[in-house]
Design a protein around this ligand. Structure first.
Ligand code: NAP
Ligand code: MG
Length: 498
């Protein structure tokens, strides 16, 4: 697991890109930060520095917003027909696909995720999402609306792009989150200032180059890398019409406060503590690997991770044995090894956070069925971990760990309301999965769960066309599907007295 075996696996294209001097993308040009500052980016499989990236601050955000405003109001973008806009968004999907291998490598190196997953999930999903959203450009319509007031009226609504959008994204799916944010905003006709996470800025910068290559006019997409200071400046900026954020609930609250200055529109995708509920009649050959990947996929760094596992007491031991076997089968290693199925956590900070939760869990009485330790002696690897004897009061059950750690709890026979009450006992409400052969029970329980996504006999299932978001403190708004287009448009009502 040394440097040679991870970075040594990079293709020439990826290696050349990573070795570049990484600047900000403002108004179609690559520029240094106004401050001249930069920050280091690391390979989480060994802690080695891999790149140096411009550290944007408030002045750079300001320049990017000015460029985005000009592109929105005056540039060729504003005059494009829906077909032309849709074609460009579609084309970006094609360009991304043509560079998928290189991007998967960059993503794996920077974030630590298995290249296997980057190739199988992040890249195909990103390409599909661009094509799907490109298709909406020509289908954003209003309505003709009948008027009840006296007189002869012609009234209708129009959907218009919301304007200049600030988009702040996290490090768990760096490229996919960037695409997830920009695709609907571009389809709707907005212009963008994107702030990637400081841990993982590289794939968004490569995407920036591909955006220009695809032919988007200058200023339509601007990318300002940097830390939370740049994000805060964007969220507070008086000429940004909307801010879209994915990340922690804590920063989500700060975004809302910062947005209050000019009352910009806000959409949020925040944390989760999603339940997976296994009924005694479930097909365990599906439920065991399914709930396993529900928590272990992407090293548990998924906002929808199935981190609270409720299993009927009759099958609890069997499921636990199966889950421990699943965990033992996972091949842990540096992301660029094609055989790797679990990489390191993204950063030392995240490693310490997850390790801290494991320690608190033990102190509060949780039992480690499997895992629970660091893997290896370099990089930020944590073993896939199953905790049992966990109770609803424990910190590990209440708080989002964002690591490969599941809290398993048996439940006894009872009505669906009781099961739903236990599953809903969290301040979050992003997702839930139900594992049963009884489709009637599944749909009845689905109605009772307070979660934005409910999955039956599957976990972490997302599709470009399915609205994605959460109840309670998990989110404001829904991304994906047509609802994402609604997030990036304003409705105008026009009434004419004839
Ligand atoms: P975070 O601080 O919420 O980071 C998300 C994004 O917000 C990053 O681009 C970050 O920039 C930026 N940011 C930070 N402070 C900001 C501010 N005051 N105003 C505007 N933007 C700001 O998340 P984190 O610290 O990386 O992770 C902490 C925890 O958040 C994780 O352990 C996990 O529980 C949760 N999380 C959830 C998701 C999710 O998908 N729901 C994703 C990531 C993390 P910098 O990266 O430069 O700080
Ligand atoms: Mg942070």
């Amino acid at each position: 697991m040394d440097v040679a075996t991870n970075q040594g696996r990079l293709s020439e294209a990826a290696r050349n890109f990573i070795a570049r001097r990484h600047k900000l993308l403002i108004d179609g040009k690559w520029v240094d930060a106004r401050s001249g500052r930069s920050f280091a980016v690391f390979d989480p499989s060994n802690g080695q520095q891999i790149a140096e990236v411009a550290e944007g601050g408030a002045a750079d955000v300001d320049a990017a917003v000015i460029a985005a405003r000009r592109a929105f109001e005056e540039g060729p973008w504003a005059k494009m027909t829906p077909v032309e806009r849709g074609k460009l968004v579609w084309k970006l999907g094609e360009v991304l696909e043509a560079h998928a291998d290189e991007l998967a490598e960059i993503e794996s190196l920077d974030n630590g995720k298995p290249i296997h997953d980057a190739r199988a999930v992040d890249l195909p999903f990103g390409c599909e999402l661009l094509r799907y959203m490109g298709g909406w450009s020509t289908k954003i319509t209003g309505q003709q609306i009948p008027i009840s007031a006296p007189g002869d009226w012609h009234a209708y609504s129009i959907r218009e792009p919301v304007g200049v959008v600030g988009q702040i994204i996290p490090w768990n799916f760096p490229l996919l989150m960037a695409v997830w944010k920009i695709a609907p905003a571009l389809a709707a006709g907005c212009t963008i200032v994107l702030k990637p996470a400081e841990q993982t800025p590289l794939s968004a910068l490569r995407l920036g180059a591909l955006i220009m290559e695809a032919g988007f006019p200058n200023g339509v997409v601007n990318i300002v890398t940097g830390d939370g200071t740049a994000g805060a400046a964007l969220a507070a900026h008086g000429d940004v019409d909307k801010v879209a954020f994915t990340g922690s609930t804590e920063v989500g609250r700060l975004i809302v406060q910062a947005a209050a200055g000019n009352l910009k529109k806000v959409s949020l995708e925040l944390g989760g503590k999603s339940p997976a509920i296994v009924f005694p009649d479930a097909d365990l050959s599906v439920a065991i690997p399914g709930t396993g990947s529900g928590i272990f996929f992407n090293m548990g760094q998924c906002c929808t991770a199935g981190s609270r596992l409720f299993v009927h007491e009759r099958i609890f031991d069997k499921v636990m044995t199966g889950l421990a076997d699943e965990a033992a089968k996972i091949r842990i290693g540096p992301g660029l090894d094609p055989e790797t199925r679990m990489g390191p956590l993204v950063s030392e900070e995240q490693f310490n956070r997850v390790s801290g939760y494991l320690e608190i869990g033990r102190q509060q009485g949780a039992e480690v069925l499997t895992g629970g330790k660091r893997h290896g002696n370099e990089g930020y690897f944590v073993e896939p971990t199953v905790l049992t004897k966990t109770t609803p009061a424990m910190k590990v059950v209440r708080e989002e760990i964002f690591g490969p750690v599941v809290c398993a709890m048996p439940y006894s026979d009872g009505d669906l309301d009781r099961i739903a009450k236990e599953a809903n006992a969290t301040e979050y409400g992003l997702a839930a999965s139900i594992w049963t052969r009884d489709i009637g029970i599944a749909h009845k329980l689905a109605r009772k769960l307070k979660a934005g996504s409910v999955w039956i006999n599957v976990h972490n299932f997302n599709d470009v066309s399915l609205p994605f978001g959460g109840y309670k403190q998990s989110s404001w708004g829904r991304e994906m599907g047509y609802e994402a287009i609604e997030l990036y448009t304003e409705t105008k009502a026009v009434a004419a007295l004839l």
